[in-house]
Design a binder for this molecule. Structure first.
Ligand SMILES: *[C@@H]1O[C@H](CO)[C@@H](O)[C@H](O)[C@H]1NC(C)=O
Ligand SMILES: *[C@@H]1O[C@H](CO)[C@@H](O)[C@H](O)[C@H]1NC(C)=O
Ligand SMILES: *[C@@H]1O[C@H](CO)[C@@H](O)[C@H](O)[C@H]1NC(C)=O
Ligand SMILES: *[C@@H]1O[C@H](CO)[C@@H](O)[C@H](O)[C@H]1NC(C)=O
Length: 437
Protein backbone atom coordinates (compact mmCIF):
# COMPACT_ATOMS: atom_id res chain seq x y z
CA UNK A 1 0.00 0.00 0.00
CA UNK A 2 2.75 2.39 1.01
CA UNK A 3 4.96 1.19 -1.77
CA UNK A 4 2.07 1.56 -4.18
CA UNK A 5 1.52 5.14 -3.15
CA UNK A 6 5.21 5.85 -3.48
CA UNK A 7 5.32 4.40 -6.98
CA UNK A 8 2.35 6.52 -7.92
CA UNK A 9 4.17 9.58 -6.65
CA UNK A 10 7.28 9.07 -8.74
CA UNK A 11 5.77 10.08 -12.06
CA UNK A 12 4.16 13.15 -10.52
CA UNK A 13 7.40 14.36 -9.01
CA UNK A 14 9.34 13.64 -12.14
CA UNK A 15 6.68 15.29 -14.22
CA UNK A 16 7.14 18.52 -12.34
CA UNK A 17 10.92 18.36 -12.68
CA UNK A 18 10.68 17.38 -16.32
CA UNK A 19 8.27 20.12 -17.20
CA UNK A 20 10.19 22.89 -15.50
CA UNK A 21 13.47 21.84 -17.09
CA UNK A 22 11.78 21.80 -20.46
CA UNK A 23 10.45 25.27 -19.87
CA UNK A 24 13.90 26.60 -19.10
CA UNK A 25 15.35 24.81 -22.04
CA UNK A 26 12.72 26.05 -24.42
CA UNK A 27 12.68 29.59 -23.15
CA UNK A 28 16.42 29.89 -23.55
CA UNK A 29 16.91 28.15 -26.88
CA UNK A 30 13.49 28.35 -28.48
CA UNK A 31 14.05 24.78 -29.53
CA UNK A 32 11.28 22.34 -30.28
CA UNK A 33 10.13 20.23 -27.45
CA UNK A 34 11.60 16.82 -27.52
CA UNK A 35 9.88 13.97 -25.77
CA UNK A 36 8.34 15.71 -22.85
CA UNK A 37 5.34 17.57 -24.14
CA UNK A 38 2.68 15.06 -23.27
CA UNK A 39 3.82 12.14 -21.24
CA UNK A 40 7.39 12.26 -20.00
CA UNK A 41 7.47 8.67 -18.72
CA UNK A 42 6.01 6.24 -21.06
CA UNK A 43 6.41 7.85 -24.36
CA UNK A 44 5.41 5.46 -27.09
CA UNK A 45 8.06 4.23 -29.49
CA UNK A 46 5.47 4.68 -32.21
CA UNK A 47 6.00 8.18 -33.59
CA UNK A 48 3.43 10.62 -32.24
CA UNK A 49 2.23 11.70 -35.69
CA UNK A 50 1.18 8.09 -36.35
CA UNK A 51 -0.71 7.93 -33.06
CA UNK A 52 -2.32 11.28 -33.83
CA UNK A 53 -3.74 9.96 -37.10
CA UNK A 54 -5.74 7.39 -35.07
CA UNK A 55 -5.76 4.70 -37.71
CA UNK A 56 -7.79 1.82 -36.18
CA UNK A 57 -5.06 -0.71 -36.95
CA UNK A 58 -2.45 1.37 -35.12
CA UNK A 59 -4.75 1.81 -32.13
CA UNK A 60 -5.50 -1.92 -32.03
CA UNK A 61 -1.85 -2.92 -32.32
CA UNK A 62 -0.12 -0.16 -30.41
CA UNK A 63 1.13 -2.42 -27.60
CA UNK A 64 2.51 -5.02 -30.00
CA UNK A 65 4.23 -2.32 -32.02
CA UNK A 66 5.80 -0.87 -28.91
CA UNK A 67 7.39 -4.23 -28.13
CA UNK A 68 9.31 -4.19 -31.42
CA UNK A 69 12.99 -3.26 -31.27
CA UNK A 70 12.31 -0.30 -33.54
CA UNK A 71 8.67 0.48 -34.17
CA UNK A 72 9.47 3.60 -36.15
CA UNK A 73 11.71 1.75 -38.61
CA UNK A 74 9.18 -1.07 -38.87
CA UNK A 75 6.37 1.31 -39.76
CA UNK A 76 8.25 3.86 -41.82
CA UNK A 77 10.53 1.82 -44.05
CA UNK A 78 10.05 -1.39 -45.94
CA UNK A 79 9.13 -2.64 -49.36
CA UNK A 80 7.16 -0.51 -51.69
CA UNK A 81 3.58 -1.35 -50.77
CA UNK A 82 2.46 -0.70 -54.32
CA UNK A 83 4.36 -3.76 -55.49
CA UNK A 84 1.57 -5.94 -54.09
CA UNK A 85 -2.13 -5.50 -54.24
CA UNK A 86 -3.16 -7.61 -51.31
CA UNK A 87 -3.66 -4.54 -49.13
CA UNK A 88 -1.46 -5.94 -46.38
CA UNK A 89 2.16 -6.70 -45.88
CA UNK A 90 4.04 -9.01 -43.54
CA UNK A 91 7.54 -8.34 -42.38
CA UNK A 92 10.00 -10.36 -40.33
CA UNK A 93 10.20 -9.44 -36.70
CA UNK A 94 6.78 -7.90 -36.80
CA UNK A 95 5.09 -10.45 -34.48
CA UNK A 96 2.95 -11.33 -37.46
CA UNK A 97 1.92 -7.70 -37.77
CA UNK A 98 0.58 -6.90 -41.18
CA UNK A 99 0.68 -3.22 -41.96
CA UNK A 100 -2.40 -2.07 -43.87
CA UNK A 101 -1.54 -0.06 -46.93
CA UNK A 102 -3.66 2.88 -45.86
CA UNK A 103 -2.09 3.71 -42.49
CA UNK A 104 -0.55 6.89 -43.85
CA UNK A 105 -3.46 7.99 -46.03
CA UNK A 106 -4.56 10.53 -43.45
CA UNK A 107 -2.13 12.67 -41.45
CA UNK A 108 -2.70 15.62 -39.21
CA UNK A 109 -0.73 18.38 -37.57
CA UNK A 110 -3.26 19.44 -35.00
CA UNK A 111 -2.95 20.67 -31.44
CA UNK A 112 -6.50 21.86 -31.37
CA UNK A 113 -8.71 18.87 -30.90
CA UNK A 114 -10.20 17.25 -27.84
CA UNK A 115 -7.68 15.35 -25.74
CA UNK A 116 -4.62 17.18 -27.06
CA UNK A 117 -2.93 19.81 -24.97
CA UNK A 118 0.26 20.94 -26.68
CA UNK A 119 1.70 24.27 -27.73
CA UNK A 120 0.94 25.01 -31.40
CA UNK A 121 4.22 25.82 -33.12
CA UNK A 122 6.40 23.35 -31.16
CA UNK A 123 3.89 20.56 -31.82
CA UNK A 124 3.92 21.32 -35.55
CA UNK A 125 7.71 21.29 -35.61
CA UNK A 126 7.86 17.98 -33.76
CA UNK A 127 5.25 16.25 -35.91
CA UNK A 128 6.74 17.50 -39.17
CA UNK A 129 10.18 16.33 -38.05
CA UNK A 130 8.75 12.84 -37.50
CA UNK A 131 6.90 12.85 -40.82
CA UNK A 132 9.99 14.04 -42.64
CA UNK A 133 11.94 11.04 -41.27
CA UNK A 134 9.22 8.62 -42.36
CA UNK A 135 9.63 7.89 -46.04
CA UNK A 136 6.46 5.84 -46.29
CA UNK A 137 4.38 8.63 -44.81
CA UNK A 138 5.82 11.10 -47.30
CA UNK A 139 5.12 8.76 -50.18
CA UNK A 140 1.70 7.57 -49.15
CA UNK A 141 -0.04 10.53 -47.54
CA UNK A 142 -3.24 11.43 -49.41
CA UNK A 143 -4.85 13.84 -46.96
CA UNK A 144 -3.23 16.25 -44.56
CA UNK A 145 -5.08 18.39 -42.08
CA UNK A 146 -3.22 21.25 -40.50
CA UNK A 147 -4.82 23.00 -37.52
CA UNK A 148 -2.52 25.08 -35.40
CA UNK A 149 -3.90 26.83 -32.37
CA UNK A 150 -1.39 29.26 -30.91
CA UNK A 151 -1.62 29.43 -27.13
CA UNK A 152 -0.96 33.08 -26.54
CA UNK A 153 -4.38 34.45 -25.68
CA UNK A 154 -5.77 35.29 -22.30
CA UNK A 155 -7.73 32.04 -22.17
CA UNK A 156 -4.71 29.83 -22.80
CA UNK A 157 -3.28 27.54 -20.20
CA UNK A 158 -0.30 29.21 -18.51
CA UNK A 159 1.82 26.10 -18.99
CA UNK A 160 1.15 26.04 -22.76
CA UNK A 161 1.66 29.79 -23.03
CA UNK A 162 5.18 29.52 -21.66
CA UNK A 163 6.01 26.85 -24.22
CA UNK A 164 4.58 28.83 -27.13
CA UNK A 165 6.89 31.04 -29.15
CA UNK A 166 4.93 34.08 -30.41
CA UNK A 167 5.80 33.48 -34.07
CA UNK A 168 6.41 30.31 -36.07
CA UNK A 169 10.10 29.37 -35.83
CA UNK A 170 12.15 29.66 -39.00
CA UNK A 171 12.82 25.88 -39.13
CA UNK A 172 9.09 25.26 -39.14
CA UNK A 173 8.62 27.31 -42.31
CA UNK A 174 11.36 25.36 -44.08
CA UNK A 175 10.21 22.00 -42.81
CA UNK A 176 6.61 22.62 -43.87
CA UNK A 177 7.78 23.44 -47.38
CA UNK A 178 10.06 20.37 -47.47
CA UNK A 179 7.36 18.01 -46.27
CA UNK A 180 4.62 19.33 -48.55
CA UNK A 181 6.96 19.21 -51.52
CA UNK A 182 7.90 15.59 -50.76
CA UNK A 183 4.33 14.38 -50.53
CA UNK A 184 3.95 13.41 -54.14
CA UNK A 185 0.57 11.77 -53.65
CA UNK A 186 -1.06 14.34 -51.41
CA UNK A 187 -4.50 15.11 -52.81
CA UNK A 188 -6.29 16.92 -50.01
CA UNK A 189 -4.87 19.73 -47.91
CA UNK A 190 -6.79 21.45 -45.13
CA UNK A 191 -4.93 24.46 -43.87
CA UNK A 192 -6.04 26.22 -40.74
CA UNK A 193 -3.41 28.64 -39.52
CA UNK A 194 -4.67 31.80 -37.93
CA UNK A 195 -5.07 34.77 -40.22
CA UNK A 196 -2.51 36.89 -38.34
CA UNK A 197 0.28 34.37 -38.96
CA UNK A 198 -0.50 32.71 -42.24
CA UNK A 199 1.24 35.38 -44.35
CA UNK A 200 4.55 34.25 -42.80
CA UNK A 201 4.02 30.89 -44.52
CA UNK A 202 2.96 32.65 -47.68
CA UNK A 203 6.27 34.50 -47.86
CA UNK A 204 8.31 31.38 -47.09
CA UNK A 205 6.44 29.23 -49.63
CA UNK A 206 6.58 31.88 -52.33
CA UNK A 207 10.28 32.46 -51.88
CA UNK A 208 10.95 28.78 -52.56
CA UNK A 209 8.45 28.68 -55.45
CA UNK A 210 6.49 25.93 -53.79
CA UNK A 211 4.14 24.12 -56.14
CA UNK A 212 1.91 21.25 -55.15
CA UNK A 213 0.82 19.61 -58.40
CA UNK A 214 -0.77 16.56 -56.74
CA UNK A 215 -3.28 18.59 -54.70
CA UNK A 216 -6.81 18.31 -56.05
CA UNK A 217 -8.79 19.45 -53.05
CA UNK A 218 -7.91 22.44 -50.92
CA UNK A 219 -9.56 23.98 -47.86
CA UNK A 220 -7.70 27.09 -46.77
CA UNK A 221 -8.72 29.14 -43.75
CA UNK A 222 -8.99 32.96 -43.67
CA UNK A 223 -6.24 34.77 -45.59
CA UNK A 224 -4.59 31.53 -46.74
CA UNK A 225 -5.82 31.92 -50.33
CA UNK A 226 -2.16 32.08 -51.46
CA UNK A 227 -2.15 28.27 -51.47
CA UNK A 228 -4.57 28.25 -54.41
CA UNK A 229 -1.94 29.61 -56.78
CA UNK A 230 0.45 26.86 -55.64
CA UNK A 231 -1.95 24.06 -56.64
CA UNK A 232 -2.18 24.21 -60.46
CA UNK A 233 -4.28 21.02 -60.68
CA UNK A 234 -6.91 21.96 -58.15
CA UNK A 235 -10.38 20.53 -58.76
CA UNK A 236 -12.22 21.33 -55.53
CA UNK A 237 -11.91 24.46 -53.46
CA UNK A 238 -13.75 25.10 -50.24
CA UNK A 239 -13.20 27.56 -47.45
CA UNK A 240 -11.62 26.08 -44.34
CA UNK A 241 -11.03 27.57 -40.93
CA UNK A 242 -14.31 26.45 -39.33
CA UNK A 243 -16.04 29.23 -37.45
CA UNK A 244 -12.90 31.40 -37.73
CA UNK A 245 -14.13 32.07 -41.26
CA UNK A 246 -16.76 34.35 -39.71
CA UNK A 247 -14.60 35.68 -36.94
CA UNK A 248 -12.90 39.08 -36.80
CA UNK A 249 -11.41 41.16 -39.59
CA UNK A 250 -7.98 41.69 -41.10
CA UNK A 251 -6.24 44.81 -39.79
CA UNK A 252 -6.54 46.40 -43.24
CA UNK A 253 -10.12 45.13 -43.67
CA UNK A 254 -9.30 43.00 -46.67
CA UNK A 255 -12.03 40.47 -47.31
CA UNK A 256 -10.56 36.95 -47.28
CA UNK A 257 -13.69 35.55 -48.95
CA UNK A 258 -13.21 37.83 -51.92
CA UNK A 259 -9.50 37.02 -52.01
CA UNK A 260 -10.21 33.29 -52.07
CA UNK A 261 -12.59 33.76 -55.00
CA UNK A 262 -10.13 35.87 -56.93
CA UNK A 263 -7.29 33.42 -56.30
CA UNK A 264 -9.25 30.73 -58.17
CA UNK A 265 -8.58 32.50 -61.46
CA UNK A 266 -5.30 30.54 -61.56
CA UNK A 267 -6.96 27.11 -61.45
CA UNK A 268 -8.46 26.23 -64.83
CA UNK A 269 -9.22 22.66 -63.72
CA UNK A 270 -11.43 23.74 -60.83
CA UNK A 271 -14.79 21.97 -60.97
CA UNK A 272 -16.27 22.54 -57.54
CA UNK A 273 -16.29 25.62 -55.39
CA UNK A 274 -18.04 26.24 -52.12
CA UNK A 275 -17.69 28.97 -49.58
CA UNK A 276 -19.49 30.59 -46.74
CA UNK A 277 -20.40 34.17 -47.55
CA UNK A 278 -19.02 35.41 -44.23
CA UNK A 279 -19.78 38.76 -42.68
CA UNK A 280 -22.00 40.32 -45.31
CA UNK A 281 -23.26 37.07 -46.78
CA UNK A 282 -23.48 36.49 -50.52
CA UNK A 283 -23.90 39.86 -52.15
CA UNK A 284 -24.45 40.28 -55.91
CA UNK A 285 -20.94 41.70 -56.30
CA UNK A 286 -19.37 38.69 -54.54
CA UNK A 287 -21.30 36.33 -56.79
CA UNK A 288 -20.25 38.17 -59.91
CA UNK A 289 -16.64 37.72 -58.78
CA UNK A 290 -17.20 33.95 -58.68
CA UNK A 291 -18.52 34.00 -62.23
CA UNK A 292 -15.58 36.09 -63.42
CA UNK A 293 -13.01 34.03 -61.60
CA UNK A 294 -14.19 30.48 -62.32
CA UNK A 295 -16.77 30.40 -65.13
CA UNK A 296 -16.01 26.72 -65.79
CA UNK A 297 -17.26 25.27 -62.49
CA UNK A 298 -19.87 22.52 -62.41
CA UNK A 299 -20.74 22.60 -58.74
CA UNK A 300 -21.26 25.62 -56.54
CA UNK A 301 -21.97 25.84 -52.83
CA UNK A 302 -23.23 29.19 -51.51
CA UNK A 303 -23.19 28.79 -47.74
CA UNK A 304 -23.88 31.28 -45.02
CA UNK A 305 -26.61 33.65 -46.06
CA UNK A 306 -27.82 35.38 -49.19
CA UNK A 307 -27.16 38.92 -48.06
CA UNK A 308 -26.81 39.75 -44.42
CA UNK A 309 -28.29 37.29 -41.93
CA UNK A 310 -31.61 38.67 -40.73
CA UNK A 311 -32.40 38.45 -37.04
CA UNK A 312 -35.50 36.64 -35.95
CA UNK A 313 -38.49 38.95 -35.73
CA UNK A 314 -41.36 36.48 -35.61
CA UNK A 315 -42.94 38.15 -38.62
CA UNK A 316 -42.82 36.57 -42.07
CA UNK A 317 -41.79 39.51 -44.21
CA UNK A 318 -42.36 37.71 -47.50
CA UNK A 319 -40.02 36.99 -50.40
CA UNK A 320 -37.39 39.69 -50.79
CA UNK A 321 -36.57 38.53 -54.34
CA UNK A 322 -32.97 37.89 -53.31
CA UNK A 323 -32.94 34.22 -54.27
CA UNK A 324 -34.32 34.94 -57.75
CA UNK A 325 -31.71 37.68 -58.24
CA UNK A 326 -28.91 35.28 -57.28
CA UNK A 327 -30.23 32.54 -59.59
CA UNK A 328 -30.46 35.02 -62.45
CA UNK A 329 -26.78 35.72 -61.98
CA UNK A 330 -25.94 32.00 -61.84
CA UNK A 331 -27.26 31.53 -65.38
CA UNK A 332 -23.85 32.97 -66.27
CA UNK A 333 -22.31 29.54 -65.49
CA UNK A 334 -22.37 27.55 -68.69
CA UNK A 335 -21.72 24.17 -67.11
CA UNK A 336 -23.23 24.37 -63.65
CA UNK A 337 -25.04 21.14 -62.77
CA UNK A 338 -25.11 21.20 -58.97
CA UNK A 339 -26.02 23.98 -56.57
CA UNK A 340 -25.95 23.92 -52.77
CA UNK A 341 -27.89 26.65 -50.99
CA UNK A 342 -28.07 27.56 -47.30
CA UNK A 343 -31.18 26.73 -45.22
CA UNK A 344 -34.47 28.34 -46.20
CA UNK A 345 -34.15 30.82 -43.31
CA UNK A 346 -31.10 32.34 -45.06
CA UNK A 347 -32.59 32.72 -48.53
CA UNK A 348 -34.48 35.98 -48.00
CA UNK A 349 -37.81 34.23 -48.46
CA UNK A 350 -39.47 35.78 -45.42
CA UNK A 351 -39.11 32.81 -43.09
CA UNK A 352 -36.42 33.74 -40.60
CA UNK A 353 -35.88 30.59 -38.68
CA UNK A 354 -37.84 30.78 -35.47
CA UNK A 355 -36.55 32.00 -32.12
CA UNK A 356 -32.92 31.07 -31.52
CA UNK A 357 -33.50 30.70 -27.79
CA UNK A 358 -34.02 27.01 -26.93
CA UNK A 359 -36.37 27.54 -23.97
CA UNK A 360 -39.42 28.12 -26.12
CA UNK A 361 -39.07 24.58 -27.48
CA UNK A 362 -39.13 22.84 -24.09
CA UNK A 363 -42.01 20.73 -22.92
CA UNK A 364 -45.07 19.49 -24.75
CA UNK A 365 -46.15 22.95 -25.89
CA UNK A 366 -42.57 23.62 -26.97
CA UNK A 367 -42.53 20.55 -29.19
CA UNK A 368 -45.76 21.58 -30.83
CA UNK A 369 -44.23 24.98 -31.43
CA UNK A 370 -41.02 23.45 -32.83
CA UNK A 371 -43.11 21.38 -35.24
CA UNK A 372 -44.79 24.57 -36.38
CA UNK A 373 -41.43 26.31 -36.98
CA UNK A 374 -40.06 23.18 -38.72
CA UNK A 375 -43.12 23.12 -40.95
CA UNK A 376 -42.68 26.77 -41.90
CA UNK A 377 -39.03 26.07 -42.69
CA UNK A 378 -39.99 23.12 -44.90
CA UNK A 379 -42.59 25.20 -46.71
CA UNK A 380 -40.05 27.94 -47.30
CA UNK A 381 -37.67 25.28 -48.65
CA UNK A 382 -40.41 24.16 -51.07
CA UNK A 383 -40.92 27.75 -52.14
CA UNK A 384 -37.18 28.16 -52.66
CA UNK A 385 -37.02 24.88 -54.58
CA UNK A 386 -39.76 26.05 -56.93
CA UNK A 387 -37.82 29.24 -57.63
CA UNK A 388 -34.68 27.19 -58.31
CA UNK A 389 -36.24 24.82 -60.84
CA UNK A 390 -38.03 27.70 -62.56
CA UNK A 391 -34.82 29.69 -62.99
CA UNK A 392 -32.13 27.03 -63.39
CA UNK A 393 -34.04 24.21 -65.08
CA UNK A 394 -30.90 22.49 -66.36
CA UNK A 395 -29.52 21.65 -62.88
CA UNK A 396 -29.00 17.94 -62.29
CA UNK A 397 -29.27 18.34 -58.53
CA UNK A 398 -29.50 20.91 -55.77
CA UNK A 399 -29.74 21.12 -52.01
CA UNK A 400 -31.26 23.63 -49.60
CA UNK A 401 -29.84 23.54 -46.09
CA UNK A 402 -28.26 20.18 -46.87
CA UNK A 403 -31.55 18.55 -47.93
CA UNK A 404 -31.49 17.23 -51.47
CA UNK A 405 -34.39 18.03 -53.74
CA UNK A 406 -35.81 15.22 -55.83
CA UNK A 407 -36.04 16.68 -59.34
CA UNK A 408 -38.56 15.07 -61.65
CA UNK A 409 -39.15 16.00 -65.25
CA UNK A 410 -42.44 15.12 -66.89
CA UNK A 411 -42.84 14.37 -70.58
CA UNK A 412 -44.41 17.74 -71.34
CA UNK A 413 -41.25 19.40 -70.04
CA UNK A 414 -42.41 20.58 -66.64
CA UNK A 415 -40.00 20.20 -63.77
CA UNK A 416 -40.84 19.58 -60.14
CA UNK A 417 -38.80 19.51 -57.00
CA UNK A 418 -40.09 17.25 -54.27
CA UNK A 419 -38.79 16.81 -50.74
CA UNK A 420 -38.70 14.14 -48.05
CA UNK A 421 -41.94 15.59 -46.60
CA UNK A 422 -43.83 16.11 -49.85
CA UNK A 423 -47.29 14.53 -49.51
CA UNK A 424 -46.59 13.41 -45.92
CA UNK A 425 -45.95 16.56 -43.92
CA UNK A 426 -47.60 15.49 -40.63
CA UNK A 427 -45.87 12.13 -40.57
CA UNK A 428 -42.52 13.75 -41.42
CA UNK A 429 -42.92 16.36 -38.67
CA UNK A 430 -43.50 13.61 -36.12
CA UNK A 431 -40.26 11.96 -37.29
CA UNK A 432 -38.33 15.23 -37.12
CA UNK A 433 -39.73 16.31 -33.75
CA UNK A 434 -40.80 13.12 -31.98
CA UNK A 435 -43.05 13.17 -28.93
CA UNK A 436 -40.29 12.31 -26.47
CA UNK A 437 -37.89 14.94 -27.80
C1 LIG B 1 3.92 -9.99 -53.48
O1 LIG B 1 3.07 -11.09 -53.49
C2 LIG B 1 3.63 -12.26 -54.05
C3 LIG B 1 2.58 -13.37 -54.11
O2 LIG B 1 1.40 -12.98 -53.45
C4 LIG B 1 4.84 -12.71 -53.20
O3 LIG B 1 5.44 -13.83 -53.76
C5 LIG B 1 5.82 -11.56 -53.15
O4 LIG B 1 6.89 -11.89 -52.28
C6 LIG B 1 5.15 -10.29 -52.63
N1 LIG B 1 6.09 -9.17 -52.73
C7 LIG B 1 6.31 -8.33 -51.74
C8 LIG B 1 7.27 -7.25 -52.03
O5 LIG B 1 5.74 -8.39 -50.65
C1 LIG C 1 11.55 31.21 -58.14
O1 LIG C 1 11.09 31.63 -59.39
C2 LIG C 1 11.62 32.89 -59.79
C3 LIG C 1 10.94 33.29 -61.09
O2 LIG C 1 10.75 32.20 -61.94
C4 LIG C 1 13.15 32.80 -59.93
O3 LIG C 1 13.68 34.04 -60.29
C5 LIG C 1 13.74 32.36 -58.58
O4 LIG C 1 15.12 32.15 -58.68
C6 LIG C 1 13.05 31.07 -58.09
N1 LIG C 1 13.50 30.79 -56.74
C7 LIG C 1 13.88 29.59 -56.34
C8 LIG C 1 14.31 29.47 -54.92
O5 LIG C 1 13.88 28.62 -57.09
C1 LIG D 1 -18.37 23.99 -70.63
O1 LIG D 1 -18.12 22.66 -71.04
C2 LIG D 1 -17.79 22.54 -72.42
C3 LIG D 1 -17.70 21.06 -72.73
O2 LIG D 1 -16.82 20.43 -71.87
C4 LIG D 1 -16.50 23.31 -72.71
O3 LIG D 1 -16.17 23.23 -74.07
C5 LIG D 1 -16.70 24.77 -72.31
O4 LIG D 1 -15.48 25.46 -72.48
C6 LIG D 1 -17.15 24.86 -70.86
N1 LIG D 1 -17.46 26.26 -70.52
C7 LIG D 1 -16.69 27.01 -69.76
C8 LIG D 1 -17.14 28.39 -69.48
O5 LIG D 1 -15.64 26.60 -69.28
C1 LIG E 1 -38.51 11.20 -56.50
O1 LIG E 1 -39.82 11.49 -56.98
C2 LIG E 1 -40.37 10.45 -57.78
C3 LIG E 1 -41.70 10.96 -58.36
O2 LIG E 1 -42.48 11.58 -57.38
C4 LIG E 1 -40.53 9.20 -56.94
O3 LIG E 1 -41.03 8.15 -57.70
C5 LIG E 1 -39.17 8.81 -56.36
O4 LIG E 1 -39.29 7.72 -55.49
C6 LIG E 1 -38.55 9.97 -55.63
N1 LIG E 1 -37.19 9.62 -55.24
C7 LIG E 1 -36.72 9.83 -54.02
C8 LIG E 1 -35.29 9.46 -53.80
O5 LIG E 1 -37.37 10.32 -53.12
Amino acid sequence: MKLGAFILLIPTTMALLGVSSVQTWLASFQQPLKDLIENPFRRSTVPQFILDARHPWILANQRKLERLPNAEAFLCSGPDPESNETGIETKNGGEGLEIPLDIFDYLEIDNNRAGISRPGWPNALERLGEINRCQRALTQAKTMEVGIYVHDGKYSDQYLKILEPPKPPEQLLTLFGDVLESMMNLETLKWDIRKEDTHIFEEAFKSRNLTLPSIKHLEPGPSSHYLVGMCPNLERLKNGGGFMWYHGYMPDNRDWGLMLIQAAVSTPKLKRFSMSGGHSGWTPSLISEVIKSMPQIESLGLFGSLGREIDYTGVNTGDTGRLKAVLDMLTGFENLTHLALPPSSSLGLGFNGGPGCGNVYFGKEGRIYLRQVTKEGAEATEEGGNIVVANLPHLASFTIGGTKANITRTEDGTIHATWPWTGRMDEWLMEEVPVGF
